[in-house]
Design a protein around this ligand. Structure first.
Ligand SMILES: O=C(O)[C@H](O)[C@@H](O)[C@H](O)[C@H](O)COP(=O)(O)O
Length: 315
């Protein structure tokens, strides 16, 4: 059976951005590369519902939601400086407009940050202009995912995020996984982190902004292509789950569930490099977004560089 590819609203040439500052105004309103719901996505949903597709454990409600959703829009940047500037703007607007954490009078907003290259880009955004953005310390900073390692470990996302926000956000506003739980099962670590966040009044829909990365295999957070179904919370009640077999080291992790990511107020991907081009192509041009965890994130803003979209065909 063949299906139409998702429609692409703009030719790639139309969204090449010579210089971010030069076309600052148009950035907000036009020139985005939008994915859309395809016949293929709907057919996939039907297949899943009939237990014909590999992700039959996902659950009909989520599948229906995914069939109706779009991966979002791409914003292409020519330079790292422009990309960092866009990231900075997204953080500022999320903190200014995001939902308040109920019952928390001090920190108003929750921002979730991924590992990988994101903390480094966050650090660059802080150095560029976020340092003077007073509201940065009004946020509680939480982990999109975390590796089961001590906080001072080189692989710790908490360590990387703390370094990025050092001197700007008080350390007690960066919420890491309780270290005493690290020797327990990953699911127990996930539950304890979830309890910590809930004790601060945070639930998934209170996340003002989820900052996401994507691996070249299309994973996001610690939701990997071959294993993500087990990290999807069918009941929609879990915030984080444990992962024991992450193909990206280290293998033991916790991650926001797909439902929790999609419940966040705003989702922003930052994706750079030619090694991501195939996955970007699958998500935005080949109509295969539902096969990759990153493509299952709904209505995200994708801040990318030219290399990451080098696989997209120009119309
Ligand atoms: O491993 C982690 O902690 C992540 O949160 C992971 O999902 C990461 O964001 C991607 O692997 C992209 O990493 P890069 O940005 O380094 O390519």
């Amino acid at each position: 059976m063949s299906f139409a590819s998702p429609t692409v609203s703009f030719a790639l040439s139309a969204i090449r951005v010579p210089n971010l500052r030069a076309r600052n105004k148009s950035l907000k309103n036009s020139g985005f590369y939008s994915g859309s719901v395809s016949c293929q996505q709907k057919a996939f949903a039907e297949n899943v519902l009939q237990n014909k597709a590999p992700f039959s454990s996902v659950g009909p409600k989520l599948v229906r939601q995914l069939a109706m959703s779009s991966p979002g829009s791409l914003r292409v940047h020519q330079t790292k400086e422009d990309l960092v500037s866009s990231l900075s703007e997204e953080i500022k607007s999320a903190i200014a407009a995001g939902p308040a954490i109920p019952g928390n009078s001090r920190e108003k907003i929750a921002v979730a940050v991924s590992g990988g290259s994101l903390p480094g880009l966050l650090k660059a955004a802080v150095a560029r202009d976020l340092r003077s953005f007073a509201n940065l310390d009004k946020a509680l900073w939480i982990m999109v995912d975390e590796r089961a390692v001590p906080r001072n470990h080189p692989e710790s996302n908490y360590r990387a995020v703390s370094e990025a926000l050092s001197g700007v956000v008080p350390p007690d506003q960066i919420l890491g996984v309780p270290e005493e739980a690290l020797s327990e099962s990953t699911d127990s670590i996930a539950l304890k982190y979830e309890q910590l966040l809930r004790s601060k009044g945070i639930s998934p829909s209170d996340i003002a902004l989820a900052l996401l990365g994507m691996g070249e295999d299309g994973h996001t957070a610690s939701l990997f292509p071959r294993t993500w179904a087990s990290a999807v919370d069918v009941s929609g009640t879990r915030f984080y789950v444990g992962v024991d077999d992450s193909p990206k080291a280290p293998p033991r992790r916790i991650t926001l569930t797909l439902s929790a990511i999609n419940a966040a107020h705003k989702r922003v991907f930052v994706v750079t490099g030619r090694n991501k081009a195939t996955a970007v192509n699958h998500i935005f041009q080949e109509g295969n977004s539902q096969r990759l965890p990153a493509g299952l994130v709904q209505n995200a803003i994708w801040l990318v560089d030219e290399e990451a979209v080098s696989g997209l065909k120009k119309d």
